[in-house]
Design a protein around this ligand. Structure first.
Ligand code: NAD
Length: 266
């Protein structure tokens, strides 16, 4: 049996930690050659690339700030030079700059929008251009696949995080509008909306038993998610097994979007 993504090339932005790291590893395990983007501190991305190569795969770490168009262009140029093209692009980079609304600075707002929303716009745009440039390949039924890393906060409002929730709400509509526009070219665009996944971005919510207990009140399935949970979803969304899945958000959240606060109240 061939691995699901054999012969395909993937790019994962923000692949040096957390969900992006797990997704890059999962795509490599499924047979893809992987470009692992990092913003700063390349050690983790370099180490992941080295361990994928040691296991017989192909991987490269590439520095870029996803909110910078010139960096995005340079990253795709490096990737195409190394692997020839790209088939799967996971726009995953994201950050939080939390503050009460009245205290949120314009800098906090812009920093989150620039990386979370504009970064995904720039990444997806360059991906679509590359898919159209190189035309069909025998490795997949689709011309290319884009996966946007959204969040349950594309639908769940989040006080104290207006910039973050707005960026994820924006990703929902960007993803769907883009999916509608490029589906006739056989480009599939979808999102993954993680719930609470154990990564550095939300360490305060899980790194002590009290915080974890409070967090799990929001998760009907009763456990925190791991990056591997998202990695498996990404492999499926990138593979021909999901060839008829277009413009959809796949919630991987242990039931967080079931609004468990209503289970015994309301
Ligand atoms: P993380 O902090 O471990 O990863 C974020 C990644 O984005 C890091 O690798 C970071 O270097 C990268 N990044 C930040 N700014 C960048 C820039 N300017 N250019 C390039 N890369 C940049 O956190 P994570 O939880 O792995 O987050 C990954 C994605 O998953 C984010 O989009 C986040 O919003 C989303 N998400 C996470 C959770 C969760 O519970 N952890 C839930 C829902 C959505």
């Amino acid at each position: 049996m061939n691995p699901a993504l054999e012969g395909q090339v993937a790019l994962v932005t923000g692949g040096s930690s957390g969900i992006g790291y797990g997704v890059a590893q999962a795509l490599a395990n499924a047979g893809a050659s992987v470009a692992i983007n990092y913003h700063s501190h390349g050690e983790a991305a370099e180490a992941l690339a080295a361990s994928i190569e040691k296991a017989g795969g192909q991987a490269v770490a590439i520095q870029a700030d996803v909110s910078d168009e010139a960096d995005i262009d340079a990253m795709f140029d490096t990737l195409i030079k190394r692997f020839g093209t790209v088939d799967i692009v996971v726009a995953n980079s994201g950050l939080q700059k939390d503050a009460k609304f009245v205290e949120m600075t314009l800098a906090d707002w812009n920093a989150v929008m620039n990386v979370n929303l504009t970064g995904q716009f720039l990444t997806a745009q360059r991906a679509v251009r590359e898919f159209l440039r190189r035309g069909p390949r025998p490795v997949s039924r689709a011309l290319g696949k884009i996966i946007c890393m959204s969040s349950v906060h594309e639908v769940i409002p989040w006080a104290g995080h207006v910039n973050y929730a707005s960026s994820k709400g924006g990703i929902q509509m960007m993803m769907k509008s883009l999916a509608q526009e490029v589906a006739p070219h056989r480009i599939r665009v979808n999102s993954i909306a993680p719930g609470a996944i154990r990564t550095p971005i939300n360490k305060a919510a899980w790194d002590n038993p009290e915080a974890l207990k409070t967090l799990l009140e929001l998760v009907p399935y009763g456990r925190i998610g791991e990056s591997e949970d998202i990695g498996r979803a990404a492999v499926w969304l990138a593979s021909d097994d999901s060839d008829y899945v277009v413009g959809t958000t796949l919630f991987v959240d242990g039931g967080m979007t079931l609004y468990p606060g209503f289970a015994d109240n309301g």
